[in-house]
Design a protein around this ligand. Structure first.
Ligand code: UD1
Length: 339
C-alpha cells in the first residue's frame, strides 16, 4: 500500500515516514526542500533500511501536483504535512501563508476528489482552540478567532476539508497537534530549525550547546503555579505513530464519520521553568536563562484531553518528557558533531 507524504522530509513528516515504512507501507515523499534537506532521506534509510520514493515538487505548482497524481495513479492515501508554520512570519507575510497552506491543500484535494475513495490526514494544531476556557482541552472545545494568519490557515484548512468530504469520496482525519519535540532515538533524524529557533526546545538545546547565550523565558506573570506558560509537549515519534494509526483507520474503513478530529498530545502540561529543570536533569547541563516580557500572541496554558484519541483511535503517547528531551539533546549534539 502506497502513501503520499507531503513535507515528508520535515520534522514531523520524516518521523512519520519512518513509522509508516516500519509498518510495511511504501511511501512517496513530496518535499520542496524549502525548510528541509535531502540528507534526511539518508537518515530515514539508516533507520529503516529503505529510502522512500522522493519527488522534489512545490505543491503551489498546480500542474506539478496533477502530474504527480498521474505518475502515482494508484495513490489514494495522503498525509499532508507540507506547510509553513512560523507564527511571526505569517503576520509579516500573510499571503505567503495563504498560498503555501491553503492553495496547496486545494490542489491536493482536487486530485483526490477524482477518486472513488481517498484518505486524507491533515496536520492541524491546538492553536485552533486559542486560550481554551477549560483544561484539559477536549475536541469539542470551541474553535476561537485565530490570532495569526498561520493559525487561520489551520482553521480554514479544517473547514475546507469538512466541506469537501461531504460531496466526494474523501475521508479525512484532522489531527490537532499540541507541542511536538524531540527526535528519533537513533539521532538519525530530528528537527532542523533554520536561523534562530522560535520554538522552546530547539532554543534550549542550542543554548546548552553554546550557540545561544541564554534562553529568554517569555513571561513569569501568568496565573500558573510558577508564573510561566504551560504546554503539552509530545515526543515526535509518538506523534508520528498517531498518523500511522489514523491512516490505517481510514484504509480499514473503521472511521465513524467522513471527517474525524483528534487531539494529539500527552495530556500533561509542563511550564517553561519545568522544561528547563527537566532538560537540566537529562543533559547534566546548567541552562542559562532570563525572564523577559510575555511574547505577543502566546496563550497561558494548553494541554490536551486525549481520551478520544486513546479510546477511539487506540493511540497513546508512550514516551516521557525526559525521553523526549534526551532525544532532542542527543540530536543537537549529533548535528553539532559533538556526540
Ligand atoms: C507555536 C504556535 C503553534 C504552532 C507552533 C509551531 C502560538 C501561540 N503557537 O506554539 O500554533 O503550531 O508554534 O511551531 O504561536 N518560549 C520561551 N522562550 C523561547 C521560546 C518559547 O519562553 O525562546 C515559551 C513560549 O512562550 C511558550 C512555550 O515556550 O509558552 C512554547 O513555545 P513554542 O515552542 O514557541 O510553542 P507554542 O508557542 O506553544
Amino acid at each position: 500500500m502506497k502513501i503520499l507524504v507531503t513535507g515528508g522530509l520535515g520534522f514531523i513528516g520524516s518521523h512519520t515516514v519512518v513509522e509508516l515504512q516500519s509498518k510495511g507501507f511504501d511511501v512517496v515523499v513530496v518535499d520542496n526542500l524549502s525548510n528541509s534537506s535531502p540528507e534526511v532521506l539518508k537518515g530515514i534509510e539508516n533507520i529503516t533500511g529503505k529510502q522512500p520514493f522522493f519527488e522534489n515538487i512545490d505543491l503551489r505548482d498546480k500542474s506539478a501536483v496533477q502530474n504527480l497524481f498521474k505518475k502515482y495513479s494508484d495513490i489514494n492515501s495522503v498525509i499532508h504535512f507540507a506547510a509553513s508554520k512560523a507564527v511571526g512570519e505569517s503576520v509579516e507575510n500573510p499571503l505567503l501563508y495563504y498560498e503555501n497552506n491553503i492553495s496547496t491543500l486545494v490542489y491536493l484535494l482536487q486530485e483526490l476528489q477524482a477518486k472513488k475513495e481517498a484518505h486524507f490526514i491533515f496536520s492541524s494544531s491546538c492553536t485552533v482552540y486559542g486560550q481554551a476556557e477549560t483544561m484539559p482541552i477536549t475536541e469539542d472545545a470551541p474553535v476561537q478567532l485565530a490570532m495569526s494568519p498561520y493559525g487561520n490557515t489551520k482553521q480554514i484548512g479544517e473547514e475546507i476539508i469538512s466541506d469537501v468530504v461531504k460531496v466526494t469520496g474523501i475521508h479525512s482525519i484532522l489531527l490537532r497537534y499540541f507541542n511536538p519535540i524531540g527526535a528519533h532515538p537513533s539521532a538519525e533524524i530530528g528537527e532542523l530549525p533554520i536561523g534562530v529557533p522560535q520554538n522552546l526546545v530547539p532554543f534550549i538545546t542550542q543554548t546548552a550547546m553554546g550557540l545561544r547565550k541564554e534562553l529568554s523565558v517569555f513571561g513569569n506573570d501568568y496565573p500558573t503555579p510558577d508564573g510561566t506558560a504551560i504546554r503539552d509537549y509530545i515526543h515526535v515519534v509518538d506523534l508520528a505513530k498517531a498518523h500511522v494509526v489514523a491512516v490505517q483507520r481510514l484504509i480499514g474503513k473503521n472511521n465513524l464519520s467522513k471527517v474525524e478530529t483528534f487531539n494529539v498530545g500527552t495530556g500533561k502540561g509542563s511550564s517553561v521553568l519545568e522544561m528547563i529543570t527537566a532538560f537540566e536533569k537529562v543533559s547534566g547541563q546548567k541552562l542559562p536563562y532570563r525572564i523577559v516580557d510575555r511574547r505577543g500572541g502566546d496563550v497561558m496554558e494548553a494541554y490536551a484531553n486525549t481520551a478520544k484519541a486513546n479510546s477511539v483511535l487506540g493511540w497513546n503517547a508512550e514516551s516521557s518528557l525526559e525521553e523526549a528531551l534526551a532525544s532532542a539533546w542527543k540530536w543537537e549534539q549529533k548535528i553539532r558533531n559533538k556526540a
